[in-house]
Design a protein around this ligand. Structure first.
Ligand code: PLP
Length: 385
């Protein structure tokens, strides 16, 4: 393994240590965190009831479930296909693969490939980079900058067949591709023989007129796979359930990927527990969907509070309208860690330094709107001049 290739990712530990040291020096200060990417809203009652019911079944001879099917119970695969259908996308249930997290799938995906080139936005969700570095793959970065609206377009030169990650809306940059932006990537993938890996972990935050899935774009079924998650929509960060989509026709280098994915998943996991999959299916019922919409509205209202405060203080930022994240430009001449220290010392706020998401994140901090309303409201007051 190539652990030497990885840069140490002490970001969150370092943030915690610095915040803890501050608290020790200032025991009366109330430090608020806008740093975490974890949700705070409780599970929908229909979800917890479904999990409790399933746990009860497991305690009966008739309802006991042993190892789950390797790719997920049909009832959940069908419910996810149904969710795609509501967006006008026909997705066969047997192209849906259940897992315990989009992170698990993202970490596993590189093992499908040998000696490939990988295009990653910089900054991006760090798991993509680390997993491909461990696999010894060549990484090319696509700068996400103010000039391209933080949404890198396809490269104009070097049209090699590559693996390309697209995250929409993004983490850490809370902006999303529109139909034209994704169509350009699908065209690029088809012309170059590239594979798109579309991470839709935050799709629930998108307005209905933006694409929620790469399969809303024509031509994508031969060149794109997709990751989805219940974490940030139904509040499953602690429950753990996600899915990947591998349409049968997707190939890379002339090889059909779905059979390889099935093989890889069979080797690496014994599936996701029955109660968890029942809870996930409940999240897709009308009551579960209404609860998700309510969660998303709550977090987006949080984001609006933060955005208003940043605007009032003249601080440049993007995001927060179709994502729970706001990407904030550091004061001129200040590094991300210096800005972190200023926020902590001057406002008693913990924020995430952008450099932890890649070199292109230097000069920015990420604010998360996934906290409770009370925390966010008080944090917003401290952001105002
Ligand atoms: N993809 C992105 C872009 C994320 O930000 C995260 C989590 O923060 C994940 C995937 C992982 O999601 P899960 O909780 O399903 O593992």
């Amino acid at each position: 393994m190539r652990f030497d290739a990885l840069t140490p990712t002490y970001l969150f530990r370092e943030m915690e240590e610095r915040a803890a040291a501050y608290r020790e020096r200032h025991p009366d200060a109330e430090v608020l965190s806008l740093g975490i990417g974890d949700v705070t809203r409780p599970l929908a009652p229909c979800v917890s009831a479904a999990m409790a019911r399933a746990a009860g079944e497991m305690a009966t001879a008739a309802g006991f479930h042993g190892y789950p099917p390797a790719f997920g119970y049909d009832f959940l695969r069908e419910a996810i296909a149904g969710a795609y259908a509501r967006r006008g996308v026909t997705m066969e249930a047997d192209t849906v693969y259940i897992s315990d997290g989009a992170k698990t799938d993202a970490a596993l995906l590189p093992r499908l490939f040998d000696g490939v080139t990988v295009y990653l936005a910089d900054p991006c969700y760090p798991v993509y980079r680390d997993a491909h570095l461990l696999a010894g793959h060549r990484i090319c970065t696509l700068d996400a900058t103010a000039e391209n609206g933080y949404l890198p377009p396809p490269p104009e030169r070097g049209r090699d067949a590559a693996i390309v990650y697209l995250t929409s809306p993004g983490n850490p940059i809370g902006v999303a591709y529109d139909r034209a932006g994704l169509s350009a990537w699908v065209r690029y993938a088809r012309q170059s023989g590239s594979l798109l890996i579309f991470d839709a972990a935050y799709a629930a935050y998108l307005p209905s007129d933006l694409p929620h899935s790469i399969y809303e774009i024509e031509g994508s079924r031969t060149c794109a796979v997709e990751l989805g998650s219940f974490s940030k929509s139904a509040g499953f960060t602690g429950v753990r359930c996600a899915w990947s989509i591998f349409p049968d026709k997707v190939t890379f280098g002339g090889v059909q990927l779905a059979p390889l994915w099935r093989r890889l998943k069979s080797i690496s996991s014994n599936g996701v527990s029955y109660p968890v999959q029942c809870g996930a299916a409940a999240a897709l019922t009308p009551a579960g969907r209404a609860a998700t919409e309510e969660h998303v509205r709550y977090y987006l209202e949080n984001a609006a509070l933060l955005a208003a405060a940043l605007r009032a203080s003249g601080t440049p930022f993007v995001g927060g309208t179709c994502s729970p994240y706001l990407w904030v430009t550091c004061p001129r001449g200040c590094t991300a860690w210096e800005t972190f220290t200023r926020y902590l010392n001057e406002r008693q706020l913990v924020v995430t330094p952008g450099g932890g998401f890649g070199a292109g994140g230097e000069g920015y901090i990420r604010l998360s709107a996934l906290g409770t309303r009370d925390t966010v409201r008080r944090a917003a007051e401290r952001l105002c001049p």
